[in-house]
Design a binder for this molecule. Structure first.
Ligand code: C2O
Ligand code: CU
Ligand code: CU
Length: 495
């Protein structure tokens, strides 16, 4: 294990080369120097921004959308062939859905792929029948209707494949998109909006020489979590984005299968305004942000702080960095690496129209003593089977692991017994963080969350109220290969 961690620590190329080198069949992508290939393509493509999907029809209460999961091709790399992908409406990422609190959305999801899929809207408080449970299959050639009530705070959600045992390869091929909810409070704040509100999904990938995606890992490597050797943003390799000298809101989603990133700008800082499930109570200036698979942060970058004609790079911080972050104990590093993600080119002056108010979303904090039920979850690696487990169990869709009651406040103590960091994700409802390794959450974690990185050998306590719906919902590690290896349980919320 130490050898593996050391190899991963060695960097962006080290991790993936190590994984690929275990393959028996001599993958093509190892020929040549991946570093050279990456250099040649860095900042070669403009940032794609997924189109906002237009409803097929609307009525007094509801917007109706039709989406088809199908194969497609995309200009992912600056030169060479287009890349075959799987995507919602054939694009990677899929189209962005924009919803308004209180107005219902219905999505008719068709599957034109060769495999069954399920589709989960990550962060949505939704009936179990629309949650995209791992066995709620949409078989090839069939369609399923999802109802999204949008009865929740403005937030950056994302919809993605969530299919039992094959989520990782399906998301890797491109089955993910943004689902954004706005509300009247958010609209009253005058945050950057319209063309200045840009979702960015960050994903690491490996390409074969012909620009096809490589997910060529053997079963034991795959269980650890697949890491790429190049970052893509919105489905383009290390793109550039031309911006005006004013504020922009970026909705940053770590859509990697397994890579935990530490985001920073090559100069200057970001102002975080939201965590996974809602706006923060107050903006927080961040010089770097640790973001695990499944997590989102919305940030504002004020490009008036930069000179006209200059550029600033968003990058994954080198893991020699070792203090001042959320944990600052040096225990991270298993999946860190440095690397360019994208570049902002400040190319014009424009009048500023937006603000970042000092108060965003007021939050009533739960206190530990309000908890009516306390549960403990232990994340481990089972020594005999070498499988990931939660409370010693591998996921079984036929088993109900526990039954929270609607309306109840529960406190969950999550212990990580393993030598890896795991992003823990709860479906249906967001939670608040009470502590991480005994310390109160920092400014970026003191709002509503649905995914939280539990440090290796560490512990976190979260608290939540069960609201909205009864039914069966999963909770799991959001490293997709861990999830596929059954690092998942399920709860039945009861009345
Ligand atoms: Cu984003 Cu259950 O997942
Ligand atoms: Cu989810
Ligand atoms: Cu995990």
């Amino acid at each position: 294990m130490h050898t593996r961690r050391a190899l991963l620590r060695a960097g962006l190329y080290g991790g993936s080369l190590m994984i690929l080198s275990r393959c028996g069949d001599g993958p093509e992508e190892l020929k040549g120097d991946p570093g050279q290939m990456q250099q040649a393509a860095t900042f070669g493509l403009p940032l794609p921004i997924a189109p906002v999907l237009t409803p097929t029809s609307t009525d007094a209460t509801t917007d109706y959308y039709d989406i088809t999961a199908r194969t497609g091709t995309a200009r992912v790399r600056a030169s060479g062939s287009l890349t075959p992908i799987w995507g919602f409406n054939g694009s990677w990422p899929g189209p962005t859905l924009r919803a308004t609190r209180g107005r219902r959305v219905v999505v008719r999801m068709s599957n034109a792929l060769s495999e069954p899929i399920t589709v989960h809207n990550h962060g949505h408080k939704v009936a179990a029948s629309s949650d995209g449970h791992p066995t709620d299959y949409i078989q090839p050639g069939t369609m399923k209707t999802f109802e999204y009530p949008n009865d929740q705070n403005a937030a950056t959600l994302w919809y993605h494949a969530h299919t039992m045992d094959i989520t990782a390869p399906q998301v890797y091929k491109g089955l993910a998109g943004f689902y954004l909810i706005t509300d009247s409070l958010e609209q009253s704040l005058n945050l950057p909006s319209g063309a200045y509100d840009v979702p960015l999904v960050i994903q690491d990938r490996v390409f074969n020489a012909d620009n096809t995606l490589s997910y060529n890992v053997d079963s034991s490597s795959r269980r650890e979590g697949f890491m790429g050797n190049v970052f893509c943003v919105n489905g383009a390799e290390t793109p550039y984005f031309q911006v005006a000298r004013r504020k922009y809101r970026f909705r940053l989603l770590n859509g990697c299968n397994a890579r935990i990133v530490t985001l920073e700008l090559s100069s200057g800082s970001m102002v975080q305004i939201a965590s996974d499930a809602a706006l923060l109570p107050a903006p927080a200036t961040r010089s770097s942000i640790r973001l695990a698979p499944g997590e989102r942060v919305d940030v504002v970058i004020d490009f008036s702080n930069y000179a006209l004609g200059t550029s600033v790079t968003l990058r994954n911080q080198d893991d020699s960095w070792d203090s001042g972050g959320s944990w600052g104990d040096g225990s991270w590093g298993g999946s860190s690496s440095s690397g360019d993600i994208m570049r902002f080119d400040i190319n014009r002056n424009e009048a500023e129209t937006s603000t970042v108010p000092a108060t965003l979303l007021p939050i009533t904090r739960f206190t530990s003593s309000q908890a009516q039920v306390t549960r403990t979850f232990t994340l481990s690696r089972d020594r005999s089977s070498d499988q990931w487990t939660i409370n010693g169990l591998a996921y079984n869709p036929a088993r109900i692991d526990f039954r929270p009651r609607l309306g109840t406040i529960e406190k969950w103590i999550i212990n990580n017994d393993s030598g890896e960091d795991h992003p823990f994700h709860q479906h249906l409802i967001p939670f608040q963080v009470l502590d991480i390794d005994g310390s109160p959450p920092g400014a970026g974690l003191n709002g509503w969350k649905d995914t939280l990185l539990i440090p290796s050998r560490g512990r976190a306590t979260i608290i939540m109220r069960f609201e909205g719906f009864t039914g069966i919902y999963v909770l799991h590690c959001h490293i997709l290969e861990h999830e596929d290896h059954r690092m998942m349980l399920q709860q039945e919320v009861i009345a």
